[in-house]
Design a protein around this ligand. Sequence first.
Ligand SMILES: Nc1nc2c(c(=O)[nH]1)N[C@H]1C(S)=C(S)[C@@H](COP(=O)(O)OP(=O)(O)OC[C@H]3O[C@@H](n4cnc5c(=O)[nH]c(N)nc54)[C@H](O)[C@@H]3O)O[C@H]1N2
Ligand SMILES: Nc1nc2c(c(=O)[nH]1)N[C@H]1C(S)=C(S)[C@@H](COP(=O)(O)OP(=O)(O)OC[C@H]3O[C@@H](n4cnc5c(=O)[nH]c(N)nc54)[C@H](O)[C@@H]3O)O[C@H]1N2
Ligand code: SF4
Ligand SMILES: [Mo]
Length: 761
Amino acid sequence: MSTTDSPQSTACILCNQNCGILVHQDQEGNFTKIVGDEQHPVSEGYLCQKATRLNYYQKQERLTSPLRKKADGSFEEISWDTAIKEIAEKLVQIRDNHGGKSIAYAGGGGQGNHIGGVFGAMLRSACETPYIYASLAQEKTGNFWVNGHLFGRQNTNYCEPVAEAEFVMILGANPIQAHGIPKARPTINEVSRNPKKTLVVVDPRQTETAKKADIFLQVKAGKDAFLLSALLGHIIQNELQDKVFLRKRTVGFEEVKPYFLKIDVGKYAEMAGISHAQVIEVAEGIASADSFALRSDLGIEQSHNSTLNSYLARLLFLVTGNFGKEGTNCLHTALFPLIGHSKEPEAGGITTQVTKMKGIGKLFPPNILPLEIDTDHPDRIRALIVDSANPVTNYANSAAQRKAIEKLELSVVIEVAMTETALAAQYVLPAQTQYEKMEATFFNLEFPENFFHLRHPISEPLSGTLDEPEIYHKLVTAMGEIPRSFPLLSAIAKLDRRFPTLKLLPLALQMTIALRPKWKKYQLLILKETMGKALPYDYAKSAVFIWTACHMYVSKYEKQVRRTGFQEKGYALGEALFNKILHSKSGTLISKHTFDESWELIRHKDKKVHLEIPEMLEWLEALPEKAHEEVKRGRKYPFNLLAGERRSYNANAVMRNPEWRKKDLEGVLKINPLDAETEGIENGSWVKCISPTGEILIKTQLTKEVPQGLLSMPHGYGFTYPEHDHSSTGALANALTSLEDCDPLAKTPYHKNVRVRLEKV
Ligand SMILES: Nc1nc2c(c(=O)[nH]1)N[C@H]1C(S)=C(S)[C@@H](COP(=O)(O)OP(=O)(O)OC[C@H]3O[C@@H](n4cnc5c(=O)[nH]c(N)nc54)[C@H](O)[C@@H]3O)O[C@H]1N2
Ligand SMILES: Nc1nc2c(c(=O)[nH]1)N[C@H]1C(S)=C(S)[C@@H](COP(=O)(O)OP(=O)(O)OC[C@H]3O[C@@H](n4cnc5c(=O)[nH]c(N)nc54)[C@H](O)[C@@H]3O)O[C@H]1N2
Ligand code: SF4
Ligand SMILES: [Mo]
């Protein structure tokens, strides 16, 4: 942890790839040089330009004391003891007076930090709330819902092996900028250059990735459902589906088939803005390839027909038999699942109190959060704990999010920096950065080999800060749920670590819980207090959850874990895996599967993919009518704004100091030169961009990268930062977005279909 000359291994936290990095520091703990870590099992030394700027995260303007809002709206510093006591008392009061469902939790982890969220579950237990609002529910919950139907559980997920496939489709994603796949740039370049491989890119914008495509399908924004239906229509109408695969691996194709037999392929292609010939070329390319892999992301998730897009995209590889074999999308394992599985309300699943929204993957969507708070409904949300998220800037409709947070009876923000959400809250608790504590993410989405990276701290924690597991621990004990110390268990834990296979601690813990069943839900905190203190590193207490995860993982995948080189079996193997993860500072392999074994990961009892989802097929039938509704809605606001383009220098809300950017300082609005001429806009001028929700001032750039009628701006701009004004921090995308413009099923926002008009300034 000391600042020595030798670089220390950790990971980049600026996107979900979490590339392994080696950090050099000076005496003051500045990150002076950052290079790729070749020992990292997935990134193998790769990094992009953003990682080299991480000192702007580590050395940003930090929070150093708990803060409490005064009557005049300003903050005063208070001690940790006071903050914990007051927050705990208020949580207990609200829970006991209004029930646990009047309390909600938002966030729980960003691109680099998920350990806090694991311990956040303990606080949610103490509050008795099932409500987690998270950014995954403003992008991926449509996918999760579809996966639940196809594969049996919402927390089944598949990998996207772009590097291994013969035919690749990048659908609504821009890996050259946004990554999302390992070593994205060399990987895309290889697929692009390899004459035996085909790269298809589907995007309304001529992106950096589209420029590498063999076939670029410049779809009309929000019209992917038509394109995907046309592709499936051509395949099924011409009997190009993989009949052997469908018989052996799936059920329900006969029910799905008629919907695609009646699709007018030419007309649907035209609706999507793609030529009929290109649809045929791509459909036949997919059907005849030895392997086809799909990589999709926000372009289809945060736009019209979001959940339907997820379904159709999956049908494309399933109907053509491209699943569960080399070079195709394939289910993978998880050491620790990123999400859970929610039952449908009809089957007893939980809904929210005010809007009656169901959970998906145990998550609730940011788009309804203000509606659940800012109302007189007796069962509204009255208290909110936010950790590692910035709802005011990152959730749809900033103004509505801020107003709702200000209305709460209790609002607590756990943060490293004074964010817009922290400013709106009553209590702000200062956390350690991701380089000052143990951290990890659950973005381990690889197959056949999967990995895990438990990162060790590389910087001394800033005085006054705590790590999230400790913050939750203090709150749960202050709420009177569990005692702080467990002397007997602690003594046993020390012995247990010397002779782990005797299972002394697990047995003692089991007995303790038999006597005190209420403590069961806080097992992880008890382990942190006991085993955590007996671990070899003094900062590793929170790693106890990896210990539980390793034993669970081994109980499911013993053979596959042993294939990575272990001799141990059973419980001893769980211990060995834990020790390997604990000591591998650059990350390590955890399992090796065969492709056949991936079929075991399907959660339907028959181990088959269930293709028929009636809700999706009804939606598919109604598609043409929906398209007309959208056109009507659009007249007053003639432009379609893509509000949230990933660029060279944006990283969600992680980087607040605008000086981290080497280019695109203002985060320009891209506009087609012909549109600019009509609007009388010159390159580099500032314009007012107005939506039904709000308006922003933004600098323009004329470029043919966007077609006429389309505008594109980045997210991750427009934060307040001391001594920087608006012209240097850029515009806030979510000043324009709305709560209502979202997917009817998953409530994921249409950030890629924001209706706007422009005014010269
Ligand atoms: N540089 C950078 N990288 C990041 C992040 C970051 O903030 N900055 N954030 C990370 C996070 S949280 C995420 S979720 C990922 C997201 O990663 P991506 O989804 O790959 O990134 P985006 O730029 O949001 O959108 C992808 C593409 O969708 C296209 N698109 C827009 N509308 C449509 C449409 O209607 N149809 C189709 N087919 N395409 C459309 C856009 O033009 C864009 O090129 O990126 C991660 N990586
Ligand atoms: N308009 C528009 N809005 C978007 C998007 C878009 O494309 N367009 N993209 C959406 C997507 S895909 C995503 S994933 C979300 C992301 O939005 P959020 O879920 O809000 O997550 P982040 O921006 O990654 O990080 C939020 C906060 O975590 C804090 N933080 C960093 N490290 C730590 C730590 O160690 N501990 C604690 N407690 N806090 C820490 C940072 O200071 C930051 O304020 O944005 C979404 N919002
Ligand atoms: S931002 Fe770049 S270096 Fe950082 S994790 Fe993502 S791809 Fe890797
Ligand atoms: Mo995201």
